[in-house]
Design a protein around this ligand. Sequence first.
Ligand SMILES: [Zn+2]
Length: 319
Amino acid sequence: MSSVATYVRENHQRYLDQLSELLRIPSISTDPKHRSDVDRAALWVRDRLSAAGCSKAEIHKTEGHPIVYGEWLGAPGRPTILVYGHYDVQPVDPIEQWNSPPFEPTVRDGRIYARGAADDKGQFLIHVNALEAHLESSGTCPVNVKFVIEGEEEIGSEHLTPFVDANRKLLACNAVVVSDTAMFAKGVPSICHGLRGLTYLQIDVRGTDTDLHSGSFGGAVINPAFALVHMLAQLKDTKGKVKVPGFYDRVRKLTAAERKAFASLPHSDAKFRRSIGAPELFGEVGFTTLERTWARPTLEINGIWSGFTGEGAKTEIPA
Ligand SMILES: [Zn+2]
């Protein structure tokens, strides 16, 4: 075993204790009541970066929550990797659905349950610990490392872009590692190298000026709710293929190597289906579930409403 791996093993418990310490800080960025907790989390991160061996670890104030910056640049001539992460977390409601208090880390079945454990305190600390393990066990690190750990990811990272623009030199690097994603499974470290992105549209269909009584006017005009579902029904065929002209034109084909790599993962359609409580899996024919969710674009209805949606019945043709 390498000396780095030995060091990690020997410090396993301390790493967990330190993660728990950070998880106990309720750094909810959206809630002004937690402003001082957010600041406390930033200080904790700065001190941890320092203790891990960063030669520079500092807090950059923004108009919102602070950004923590750290660096170790002791490998001249080697590439510089910038690690991005965030120390802020989402609110905890509905609180009654938690099996253990969100800011009291609790281990169940080998997993730590706490707000932020998997998004993103656990992830970015792994990189900090990795740097420390290299420095402590061999006195050096194979690459230069910079850290940018922000406190506004959960509220849109509003002050990150101006910070990056104002600190181009400080942040210069050869590659950015964003560890704000999941491992595929326990024991399967994963590199997520792309996301699908999103285009979000709202379609409004209007027929008449006011709602009409369906008994008096039904049959005289087109019902906008029908017009809408007719349009929507034409967007996709019954085999899951999107029918919008040009939709697939610029979609990159999966390479044989990518398909092979996806197929080699420990994935079971049956297990996956049960985990989401679906009666069956469905999607574009000719692709596996992982290919359909990772590499093929999809088109979904996120919400739909029209007409009378209250309790009981009302005879109307919606406007
Ligand atoms: Zn995140």
